[in-house]
Write a protein that binds this ligand. Structure first.
Ligand code: MF3
Ligand code: CO
Ligand code: CO
Length: 287
């Protein structure tokens, strides 16, 4: 006989709550369940809410300034200044060797595009700006697409729109006591209606007390798989949708080894929010 190692623990000296009972039910069925520290306290939720709000305001500042002829280093400067002005910290800066404050991913760049003066935005480019910031120990993470000059090809416009719908549909599928796979399944189904590729090598994640935490939020997969999601958890959904293949690569000559590019170098789009799971569904914390 051995004692099974449990992930979920009830509070000592207290009757199991409804939450405890539901989590233990699924754990006994062999499902992957969260640990108690993934359920945020009201104080932590307040902190993450503030960080999420600041993150959204930072992206608003980018939205106001972005225009054809601007280079992506200027976007980095805006984010850096926003953080200075608001007493927050750009979490990506120096993260595992990442050299800038924000990610700017143009056209076929899937994510983690590094801002640089040489990258000048052209009319019709589609650009993802992905910001993570921390304030008072709490993290917010969100990204948006921008169509430079307001107009692009119908194909790229559809990709940007459908990717946003993927985020919305994923958020809609995120009900309390659902599984991560329910979100991924809903996103994949929508993207594949358009014969788009759902990127598999990168995923959403728990966020709040650090930039990247458990669980992984996959944007593809089967219902009922992955971790159980319960009220109080905070995480991102951030589908990366490719016009062609779902496969991606990193150029071997890339000096930093960060920029992720679509396998066939067709355009790619991404939208991201930080969410709080509640008793009714998810609440967006990054708007
Ligand atoms: N904001 C990104 C995310 O959504 C994190 C990028 S990591 C970096 O998870 F170091 F490249 F910035
Ligand atoms: Co992000
Ligand atoms: Co993220």
């Amino acid at each position: 006989m051995f004692k099974k190692k449990r992930r979920w623990h009830c509070l000592p000296g207290q009757e199991p709550t409804e939450l405890d009972k539901k989590v233990m039910y699924w754990e006994n069925k062999g499902k992957e369940v969260p640990t108690r520290d993934m359920v945020r306290t009201p104080e932590q939720i307040e902190g993450i809410r503030i960080a999420g709000k600041l993150n959204s305001q930072c992206l608003d500042a980018v939205a106001e300034a972005i225009h054809p002829g601007m280079n992506t280093q200027e976007i980095d400067d805006i984010c850096m200044k926003f953080c200075e002005d608001h007493g927050c910290h750009p979490s990506c800066l120096n993260y595992e060797g990442y050299p800038k404050s924000v990610c700017t991913s143009i056209n076929e760049v899937v994510c983690h595009g590094i801002p640089k003066e040489e990258d000048v935005l052209q009319e019709g480019d589609i650009v993802n700006v992905d910001m993570t910031l921390d304030y008072n120990g709490y993290y917010g993470d969100a990204s948006r697409m921008f169509i430079i000059g307001g107009k692009t090809t119908p194909e790229k416009e559809q990709l940007v729109r459908v990717t946003k719908e993927c985020l919305e549909i994923g958020a809609e599928a995120a009900k309390p006591y659902c599984f991560v796979g329910d979100i991924g399944h809903a996103i994949q189904k929508h993207a594949e209606k358009y014969h788009y590729g759902v990127v598999r090598d990168l995923c959403g994640h728990g966020v709040g007390l650090q930039m990247h935490e458990e669980p992984d939020i996959l944007h593809y997969g089967h219902r009922g798989t992955g971790m159980l999601l319960v009220p109080g958890m905070t995480f991102t959904i951030e589908p990366m949708i490719n016009m062609g293949t779902w496969k991606v690569f990193i150029d071997e000559d890339d000096p930093y080894g960060w920029e992720v590019i679509s396998g066939d170098e067709l355009p790619s789009a991404q939208w991201e929010h930080t969410f709080l799971m509640t008793e009714h569904g998810v609440e967006v914390l990054s708007e």
